[in-house]
Design a protein around this ligand. Structure first.
Ligand code: NIG
Ligand code: FE
Length: 422
């Protein structure tokens, strides 16, 4: 086993496992060159961690003397493995018929209030066995992985009862066992009011706080807690109760905020130290200021904006001016964003929301890691971080946003596979 010094460097005398040369890096490290680019670089890996990242000419020796395996990237570009930081990947059924209804003029809220929307998926998810949930989720996951995703967040929220919420979280964790991707799970018990609690939303919030959060934690199935603060979801007061329960169990929080209207969710998220507030089309300038002050990540979800044919955009210029970090994600779900391409979201974040390509790529790497509380270990190519890497057949990083529907992925390195093999 390789040993590291206090500075995170390999102790002398140990061979690295792998050394990549003839590679261009988009390290996505903040400051310095655009994309944190290093041309004609080298990347050393040991025990699933990055042990060297820098210009090839600064290598401390000849490649074959440094590493057991030397890989030639032949001038390709390497980025950190992509991170999809907001998905509802595990669900039963599908809602293509609602898509047709919306095309015929029905709104997302109308469909939800008529018992469709999230509740339609809840019914299908409650009925499904774990195997019946796993199989289609795996198909969706593989589409994401085919584009270089190495870390994914998966929310529950289509169970809305204890047993089904835990079932979804178990399936999500199972996906991380059958695939080399790293899975982070988020309990979204407060996603919608289940039919058996109609007229009693506070009783349902009691269930989320007193039973779901402790049980999910006890079962070792949860990394964070989320809620849907919206007219068709929960009030800021109810959301605050969920956040207090999460805090009491030392779980970080995130929030679906200001997707369809301004509820002051962003301020609440900021006040509670949330990792992120997500959607944010209707966020006010007070909300953005609060997020800036608290360091809350704004997770932008252009797939939901596009599929729902929304016109109000998140205030990207204000996020930029106040230094709010912007992440970008698929929001993969059966209603508002049946999307399994993170690269398409990078393109849409640029075209629809006005992000620069560098901002959009930062949104699926460094800032996505931050939205999951994983900044220490993921999101950039830096010594000491996990060796989750994507190698691309592109001429410049901008190609990743520019070529719609193209998939220039050449190869993925999963740190988990490296450590399992060694
Ligand atoms: O992030 N906004 C709430 N939740 C999901 C949509 C879920 C659904 O329609 O099934 C979202 O867009
Ligand atoms: Fe969502």
């Amino acid at each position: 086993m390789v040993r590291f010094s206090d500075q995170g460097e390999v102790m002398t005398g140990e061979m690295w496992d792998t050394l990549w040369v003839d590679v261009n890096l988009a390290t996505m490290v903040e400051g310095g060159a655009s994309y944190g680019a290093i041309r004609d670089a080298a990347v050393g890996i040991s025990a699933g961690r990055l042990i060297f990242v820098g210009p090839r000419k600064t290598l401390p020796g000849a490649p074959e003397d440094l590493a057991r395996t030397v890989r030639q990237a032949q001038g390709r570009w390497m980025t950190p493995g992509l991170i999809d930081c907001h998905t509802h990947l595990v669900y039963g059924g599908n809602r293509a018929h609602e898509f047709e209804k919306r095309l015929a003029g029905a709104s997302y809220e109308e469909i939800a209030r008529a018992g469709g929307g999230i509740l339609a998926t809840v019914a299908a998810t409650r009925e499904a066995t774990e195997a019946e949930l796993l199989t289609p989720a795996l198909v969706r996951l593989n589409r994401l992985l085919a584009e270089g995703v190495t870390t994914i967040e998966i929310k529950s929220g289509y169970g809305l009862d204890l047993a089904t919420e835990l079932k979804i979280l178990r399936v999500a964790r199972q996906l991380g066992k059958v695939c080399p991707v790293s899975v982070r799970t988020t309990l979204l018990g407060a996603h919608a009011l289940p039919p058996e609690f109609v007229g009693r939303p506070d009783d349902y919030i009691d269930l989320v706080c007193r039973e779901m959060i402790p049980a999910a934690l006890e079962a070792g199935l949860v990394d964070a807690v989320d809620a849907f603060c919206e007219t068709i979801g929960f009030t800021p007061e109810q959301t605050a109760r969920v956040f207090e329960a999460a805090a009491a169990h030392h779980l970080p929080v995130k929030l679906h905020a200001e997707q369809l209207s301004d509820q002051g969710g962003a301020q609440l998220a900021a006040r509670c130290g949330a990792l992120s507030a997500d959607h944010l089309e209707y966020v006010s300038s007070e909300g953005v200021e609060a997020m800036a002050g608290a360091g809350t990540v704004a997770v932008l979800l252009p797939g939901a904006f596009y599929v729902l044919n929304e016109t109000r955009k998140p205030p990207v210029e204000t996020f930029r001016r106040l230094g709010v970090p912007m992440a970008v994600s698929t929001d993969c779900n059966p209603g508002s964003s049946p999307v399994t391409s993170l690269l398409l979201m990078v393109n849409m974040a640029c075209v629809l929301f006005g992000l620069t390509v560098e901002e959009a790529l930062t949104g699926v790497t460094r800032h996505a890691a931050r939205a999951l509380g994983l900044s220490q270990s993921r999101g950039t190519l830096e010594v000491g971080k996990v060796a989750d890497l994507a190698v691309w057949d592109i001429e410049s990083p901008a190609d990743l946003a520019y070529a719609v529907g193209a998939n220039p992925l050449h190869e993925v390195v999963y740190a988990r596979k490296l450590t399992a093999d060694s």
